[in-house]
Design a protein around this ligand. Structure first.
Ligand code: SPQ
Length: 423
């Protein structure tokens, strides 16, 4: 698809529901006793993969527009699927479901697309085995993964990486374990699983970086309102900041503090972002307004990284338009996402004439020079596609983006919303 430089982006939009919360709502709704009504559900391919997996295990799930009703089967009510579970492109589905499957009395195989088959699963296999799970993975690290019936025991586990998927897989297995399960994080990662557990009546305590779960008798079904995804809003925050004369508002965005690193970093770069209409609930939300402003480089590393890991590609785009140098470090996890997001962004931004250098755990961007339109590859990665679309809005000359349809993994209407804003 061809994208030309944009006039100002103006207007008021909503973004689709949070992907992380949508996955968890289906998973925990399936294991709850009673019906879970989910509003604002993300109808992206990844979340539909999660629905498909649970349907195959006997859970009735209705979809009406953006509302989903999960008829929970209870903690011990899943049934053996007829064939393997297919998780598509979704790392969250693949890793979290392993925690649940480890506690089931049947054998099941899980795999996904070519990208999922390259993503490391050893980080989940190891701790689940320590809890007593019997799991076989290709080369002990990759899909397909086969899980066999086994007895699970609670344990204390220190995560080697700050990963919400790994933390959640262990806590989900903890539902089926004898005794307490404790997870210690190097730095806090998104805590949607813990918040949802609490809302469903599970005893779970967070003390700094230590999370302890007591296995429950059952989960009580509740209604879940999914807020707009801050990871999707991030594309418009960056676009509004770099396209001259823009001013746009994104309503009802989830601003859980474990996810708001992108707001902190864009503000540190000089972006004009204001918050209004704060609502506190299981997951806090507010409206975000961004106005174009001059940006400058910054340093990004340490504990903020898990709070903005998925937004680093679009932050790199903002850095290309910022005066001075931006250094991103401590972000080696970017190499094992849907694509190697460090290599992908360095290669594509260099095509646009950006002075950018790959480092072992991040990148260095010397911004403020003219950024040119170019023919961009997406590496089959939704976040790379949308980040490059944002770059194209403010670049000099037209750009072409190969396979733009990959955005449907997390944001099916992305290009329509961009059009509506004048992009
Ligand atoms: O689900 P998937 O494919 O892993 O999606 C990504 C994304 O960019 O949408 C990562 F590639 O988000 C992850 C995120 O990076 C979603 C997630 C979650 O919902 O728990 C946690 C993060 O991954 P991790 O590996 O740090 O736990």
């Amino acid at each position: 698809m061809q994208q030309k430089p944009s006039g100002p982006l103006r207007g008021c939009i909503t973004v689709p529901g949070d992907k992380s919360i949508s996955h968890r709502a289906v998973m925990l709704g399936a294991l709850a006793s009673g019906d879970t009504r989910i509003t604002g559900f993300l109808m992206g391919e990844d979340c539909l993969s999660t629905i498909d997996c649970f349907r195959k295990m006997g859970v009735e799930i209705e979809i009406n527009d953006t509302e989903v009703v999960v008829h929970g089967v209870g903690l011990h009510g899943l049934s053996e699927p007829e064939g393997p579970l297919y998780t598509g492109n979704s790392g969250t589905t693949t890793r979290l479901i392993c925690g649940i499957l480890a506690g089931q009395p049947f054998t099941v195989t899980v795999s996904g697309d070519a990208s999922i088959q390259k993503r490391p699963m050893g980080r989940v296999i190891g701790p689940l085995r320590e809890m007593g799970a019997r799991i076989h993975g290709r080369d002990d690290n990759f899909c397909p993964l086969t899980l066999y019936p086994s007895e699970l025991y609670g344990m204390e586990y220190t995560l080697p990486v700050a990963s919400a998927q790994l933390k959640s897989a262990i806590l989900l297995a903890g539902l089926y374990a004898e005794g307490q399960t404790t997870v210690i994080e190097p730095t806090p990662s998104r805590d949607h699983t813990e918040r949802m557990f609490r809302a469903l009546g599970v005893e779970i305590e967070t003390n700094g970086n230590v999370i302890t779960l007591d296995p429950p008798e059952d989960l009580h079904a509740i209604d879940i309102a999914v807020p707009g995804d801050i990871s999707s809003a991030a594309f418009f925050l960056a676009a509004g900041a770099i396209v001259p004369r823009s001013e746009l508002t994104i309503r009802n965005v989830g601003v859980n503090p474990t996810r708001t690193g992108v707001i902190d970093v864009l503000r540190a770069m000089g972006a004009d972002i204001t918050e209004s209409n704060h609502l506190d609930g299981a997951e806090p939300v507010c409206d975000l307004t961004v106005r174009h402003s001059a940006l400058h480089g910054t340093e990004i590393g340490g504990a903020i990284i898990p709070r903005l890991i998925d937004e680093l590609p679009v932050i790199a785009v903002a850095a290309a338009f910022a005066e001075g140098t931006t250094v991103i470090r401590d972000a080696a996890e970017l190499k094992v996402k849907e694509s190697n997001r460090i290599a992908a962004m360095v290669t594509e931004l260099a095509k646009a004439g950006v002075d950018i250098e790959e480092t072992a755990d991040g990148m260095i961007i010397r911004g403020g020079q003219t950024v040119h339109g170019a023919d961009f590859a997406t590496y089959g990665d939704h976040r790379i596609a949308m980040s490059l679309a944002v770059l194209a809005l403010a670049a000099d000359g037209a750009s072409r983006i190969a396979d733009p349809e990959v955005v449907s993994i997390s944001y099916p209407g992305f290009f329509d919303t961009l059009d509506r804003l004048g992009g």
